[in-house]
Ligand binder design. Structure first.
Ligand code: ZN
Length: 441
């Protein structure tokens, strides 16, 4: 498959994943199609050598893994990668409507994550998320909803009413960013009625909602030389897409290979299914027991295991190169970014960089390096958080992109393939870590 074809496939994946719930559901479908077996956290696990499995928590986080056919009886190690399913967007409050002024009906929303507010204005927006629905049998079940048309828009104030708009304007999220839902055709209660219609139930049977205003603008590959891919939610569905495909495409007889995708990275990861939760640890402990290993074998396994934490990073901005550290900055289509920070907010150190570099050299994948300017703290990611419960050597990597947390982000068309090939080589290799040295068989 060419890089261009892969990017077009990525566009389709993103289009089908308006929220973390949809991303996890789509990943589960993809795993089902290639024969992964779904495990339930509330049921006993039957896990065998040579098998492929996945677990979903909260409908929005997912851990998929493959057990080597010839996993040794006396011990094993894990070759793991991780990413996140969520992206910044506006969440609709439980009582969703603001009535007026006049005939207007607006939506009452709050920010989920740190988005670039201005990029959400003046573009038609859709609605997506999940609702909890009471069924005839007295059960309450989760249903995914996604509007197939745009239903809201956050209008700017015209330049004539705000002459200083181009001098820099700070949006007040309670005042300026309420999406317009109707100009009079719809009356109070219409939003919940719409949601019920999307969910195929009566409004009274919806007991809970996680609904977001989402950008439905179609992702696209563009540029006279087809260099760019632009889409909503590239952070972090680009890494998610690459990581999942790498796991599905690779068999490793001697190790456990695993890809974890967590929700709630954009709000600090401190939830029951975020990178700070016990989800990954719980999965590993149960996998270890299901394979008949002891607790000591588990701890030995962790000591020899490795994690590649994948989250998009920054490409140098064409108009603002001064915002980046010149020798340690990323470029579109320059290969996989390895992120490093002395603070250890990026987990990369000499050992983990060396492992990943050796893997990329084997795969023929170019590597570039990213460090924040020393006078800028930069963003956060999930590797250092996941390491609190599953403490293994971790490298922080990602793909370079522009306009992170814009409602429409831009990346390089060749980079998805770079991460895919790097992770395939990682999953396929025979990594033997021993304290602070390793071999790559
Ligand atoms: Zn991210």
């Amino acid at each position: 498959m060419t890089d261009l074809d892969l990017s077009r496939e990525l566009c389709g994946f993103i289009e089908q994943s308006p929220t973390a719930f949809h991303a996890a559901a789509q990943m589960a479908n993809m795993l089902d199609e290639v024969g992964f077996c779904r495990l339930s956290e509330t049921q006993p696990w039957d896990v065998e050598r040579g098998g492929s499995y996945y677990v979903v928590r909260n409908g929005s986080s997912i851990v998929a893994f493959r057990v080597g056919e010839h996993l040794p009886q006396d011990g094993y190690t894990l070759q793991m990668a991780a990413a996140h399913t969520d992206s910044p967007m506006f969440k609709v409050k439980h009582v969703p409507e603001l009535e007026g002024p006049g005939e207007y009906l607006r939506l009452d929303v709050e920010g989920y994550g740190g988005m670039l507010d201005a990029t959400w204005l003046d573009r038609p927006l859709g609605l997506a998320g999940r609702v909890m629905v009471r069924t005839d049998e007295g059960r309450v079940e989760s249903r995914l909803v996604a509007s197939t048309k745009d239903v809201a828009l956050i209008p700017n104030v015209a330049i004539h009413q705000r002459r200083d708009a181009n001098q820099g304007f700070a949006y007040n999220r309670q005042v300026d960013l309420c999406p317009l839902f109707s100009a009079g055709a719809l009356k109070a209660g219409a939003f919940d009625a719409m949601v019920a219609e999307l969910a195929g139930c009566a409004p009274k049977d919806i007991l809970g909602k996680d609904l977001y205003v989402v950008n439905r603008t179609a992702p696209r590959v563009w540029g006279w030389a087809d260099e760019f891919v632009s889409a909503p939610r590239l952070d972090n569905l680009q890494c998610t897409f690459a990581g999942l495909n790498a796991l599905m495409a690779t068999h490793n007889d001697a190790h456990v290979t695993l890809f974890a995708c967590f929700d709630n990275e954009e709000v600090g990861s401190g939830t029951s299914r975020g990178a700070l939760s016990t989800f990954l640890r719980d999965t590993l402990v149960r996998l270890n027991a299901a394979l008949g290993y002891t607790q000591e074998t588990y701890l030995r396994a962790l000591a020899g295991s490795f994690m590649v934490s994948c989250d998009n990073g920054h490409a140098v901005h064409p108009n603002h190169p001064e915002l980046y550290d010149a020798p340690n900055c990323g470029h579109l289509n320059g290969g996989v970014l390895v992120k490093e920070a002395a603070s250890q907010k990026y987990t990369t150190d000499a050992l983990s960089r060396a492992v990943f570099t050796a893997v990329c050299q084997r795969a023929g994948v170019p590597v570039q390096t990213f460090a924040n300017r020393s006078d800028n703290v930069g963003g956060s990611t999930l590797g250092n958080l996941s390491a609190r419960h599953v403490s293994v050597p971790t490298v922080d990597v990602g793909l370079a992109q522009l306009a992170m947390h814009s409602s429409y982000e831009t990346a390089g068309v060749h980079d998805t393939a770079c991460l895919l090939h790097a992770l395939q080589a990682f999953y396929a290799c025979d990594l033997r870590l021993e304290a602070d040295s390793f071999t790559l068989g």
